[in-house]
Design a protein around this ligand. Structure first.
Ligand code: HEM
Length: 661
């Protein structure tokens, strides 16, 4: 047994959540069944601040802690002291400088489940193939427009921003066609799809109601780049999928993941990022390769943006938030430069970046995550603190900040369920002015620059409800994803399930066991935490309960009390965001003098940073916003003049000592 988790407290928590969910036999079952791993938790809480201390257990074979495995990223040989984080995340942890860098493996809570132990997609315990992923998608995740009564589309959309800050499967271009063709544009299987090790095309079942009649055979699916492809691990060790971006919550989607990437988007004046002025507003610079990056664009002159993240143009609402984050950097930089004209471009840039990252971390932890992970759950597990008036120095160099595969490939993708297929265009007086169909605008940001649409889309984000966190998925992403002017397109749910297999994720029941949750031995047992109707569907698809996949069943659990996911995904999400916090030496609340904000600056960030204010300050001309901008407009959260919303007092960064520049 080894200790999978860095945060020992949340095992108790989930039993509480289970009761809240009226799972009658949960506790009893936990005692009856042998639960893997956690009879023996070695972690203990010590120290006045509740610092974690634990001895590192022996690593599982093939894990990234295994001496046999190496990182694919090359860390610098020397880590200079710095008040600013590096672009590529190196040296955040000076003792292990490559932690969190691009091109390092996803970490994992459970061992690989590859069929051959090295890289083959998992199979059923019977030795047969697992059920067809497209069939699972059609059967278990159909479209039904159930909406959230409380949270708006901005809550959904901000989740994608956090995702893009933290991970990106290596070798997956996403913004354009994959040059590796396992299934061509006509839906015909490539001749080498069985022998090409990069190929795992999604095969269309004959009874597919959409693609069957078209005669489509398949959807393209290219496997994630791994340590094995790049020869970073021995040939007989499990292939570890790599992520191409820094795992830190560091706004890498704004600033890029290397100095080189940053060069192409920096203005090199006044600490600013590069922008193009059109119609009196700032837009990101143009991507040099429009037809490739924005493949739905109908002319190379259409806007197609270049930012720190290659996915920026993927959908209109994502692009709106990327533009807003870019403008926010320049807003801060302009103020700092005006106050401190003796600062160099570099100092102004780094100080603006540092403030920007801090405020986004604050919004993420105190405004966004409590909606999805539950406020009490976050407090109990020390992801956030209530009523703290000082720094919180919980940085722990033992904690690996890498993104967990179970998080990126299963748990956080569950929130694809929140996506709405038709985006509302809303006016300042909160009237519906029209719709934009999502699949008309994938990879085509032109929409944002059409007549006043930017503000209408932004107000739509805050006024339109998000989809409910359930098993119903919008057909815009299950039948029409990236359809590129064709009638039909890809299926994001089928892709997520296939990606789980591609990465060899452990099964649903093993993951429950690792989380210390009751382990079902039969489909019948599952009805304790998954509605019977869904369990029945699973039983029609899977021949054995041990085959049931994390990506699939995790999304079917009844949501835990106060959260937007079931207990298994909540366990993973909680662990991830704990690691993201305490594994980041530059986390904005940290009091380490090398990186810390002054106490008054920190207090101002806590008081003044809000989603509402960021939207107000950076949309084209929005004058009113509800204070809690992830929440629908309702009594107690009605729009107020932007000027009445709190803001960060940037005068606290006035540098009278003139020693920075
Ligand atoms: C319209 C909105 C969205 C679209 C079109 C979209 C589409 C996609 C696509 C195409 C992928 C890559 C699939 C693959 O090849 O494996 C992906 C990955 C992912 N998505 Fe979304 N997504 C959206 C919103 C969201 C939201 C709201 C969240 C979470 C709150 C999210 C979380 C993730 C995660 C965690 C990944 C894996 C990231 C990685 O490690 O590469 N997405 N999404």
């Amino acid at each position: 047994d080894y200790n999978l988790f860095t945060n020992p407290t949340h095992f108790q928590d989930f039993s509480g959540y289970q009761e809240d969910n009226r799972v009658a036999d949960g506790g009893v079952q936990a005692e009856r069944l042998p639960v893997n791993g956690f009879g023996d938790i070695k972690s203990t809480l010590t120290g006045p601040g509740g610092y974690l201390s634990f001895s590192n257990p022996p690593p599982p074979p093939g894990s990234t802690q295994d001496p046999a495995s190496q990182t694919c990223a090359v860390p610098p040989s020397f880590c200079p002291k710095s008040r600013y984080r590096t672009l590529d995340g190196s040296c955040n942890n000076p003792l292990r400088p490559s932690l969190g860098m691009p091109q390092t493996p996803y970490q994992r809570l459970l061992p690989f489940n590859y069929y051959d132990g090295i890289s083959q997609l998992p199979k059923s315990v019977t030795g047969e193939e697992l059920p067809n992923v497209r069939e699972i998608s059609i059967t278990v995740f159909p479209d039904k427009p159930l909406i959230d009564p409380k949270w708006n589309l901005n809550a959904q959309q901000w989740g994608q921003i956090i995702t893009h800050d933290m991970s990106l499967t290596a070798g997956n271009p996403q913004s354009h066609r994959n040059p590796i063709v396992c299934c061509d544009d006509e839906g015909v299987l490539a001749s080498d799809y069985k022998t090409n090790p990069k190929c795992a095309p999604i095969v269309i079942p004959p009874n597919d109601p959409i693609h069957g009649p078209q005669g489509t055979q398949c959807m393209n699916f290219v496997r994630t780049g791994t340590t094995r492809d790049r020869r970073c691990t021995p040939a007989n060790a499990p292939a570890q999928p790599l992520s191409s971006v820094t795992s830190y919550m560091d706004l890498s989607l704004v600033y890029g993941n290397s100095e080189r990437q940053l060069q192409s988007i920096r203005e090199f004046r006044g600490g600013r990022l590069l922008t193009i002025l059109r119609n009196g507003r700032e837009w990101p610079p143009q991507d040099p390769n429009v037809t490739m990056t924005c493949e739905s664009a109908q002319s190379p002159n259409e806007p197609c943006y270049l930012t720190g993240d290659i996915r920026v143009n993927q959908n209109p609402q994502l692009t709106i938030l990327q533009v807003i984050l870019l403008r926010e950097h320049n807003r801060i930089a302009n103020k700092l430069a005006a106050m401190n004209p003796w600062w160099s471009d570099e100092t102004t840039f780094q100080e603006a970046r540092r403030i920007h990252v801090a405020q986004i971390q604050h919004i993420n932890y105190y405004e966004y995550l409590p909606i999805f992970l539950g406020l009490e759950n976050m407090l109990k597990n020390k992801l956030i603190y209530r009523g703290v008036h000082s720094h919180v120095s919980d940085y722990n160099p033992q904690v690996d900040p890498s993104v967990l595969d179970e998080h990126a490939t299963a748990a956080f993708r569950h929130f694809h369920t929140l996506i709405r297929g038709y985006l509302h265009l809303i006016t300042e007086d909160r009237q519906l002015a029209g719709y934009a169909r999502l699949s008309d605008w994938f990879n085509r940001p032109l929409l944002l620059e059409l007549d006043n649409i930017f503000d209408k889309l932004t107000l739509g984000l805050t006024f339109q409800p998000q989809g409910f966190s359930d098993r119903f998925w919008d057909s815009e992403i299950t039948q029409f994803l990236f359809r590129r002017n064709q009638t039909f397109g890809g299926d994001l749910r089928a892709t997520d399930i296939q990606r789980g297999r591609d990465h060899g994720l452990a099964s649903y029941i093993d993951t429950r066991a690792a989380c210390g949750l009751p382990v079902p031995r039969s489909f019948q047992d599952m009805t304790d935490f998954i509605p019977k109707k869904s369990v029945d569907l699973l039983e029609t698809l899977y021949s054995d309960v041990r085959d049931v996949e994390l990506v699939v069943a995790g999304s079917l659990e009844v949501n835990a009390h106060g959260a937007q996911a079931g207990p298994t995904f909540l366990c993973i999400l909680t662990e991830q965001f704990y690691r993201t916090r305490v594994g980041d030496r530059y986390f904005y609340e940290n009091g380490d003098p090398e990186v810390a904000f002054t106490l008054s600056q920190l207090k101002s960030i806590r008081r003044g940073a809000s989603m509402a204010r960021i939207l107000c300050d950076n949309a084209d001309n929005i004058q009113f916003m509800q204070p809690r901008a992830f929440e629908l407009v309702a009594a107690g959260n009605t729009p107020v003049p932007c000027s009445r919303l709190p803001s960060i007092d940037l005068s606290l960064w006035q540098d009278e000592r003139r020693h920075f520049g």
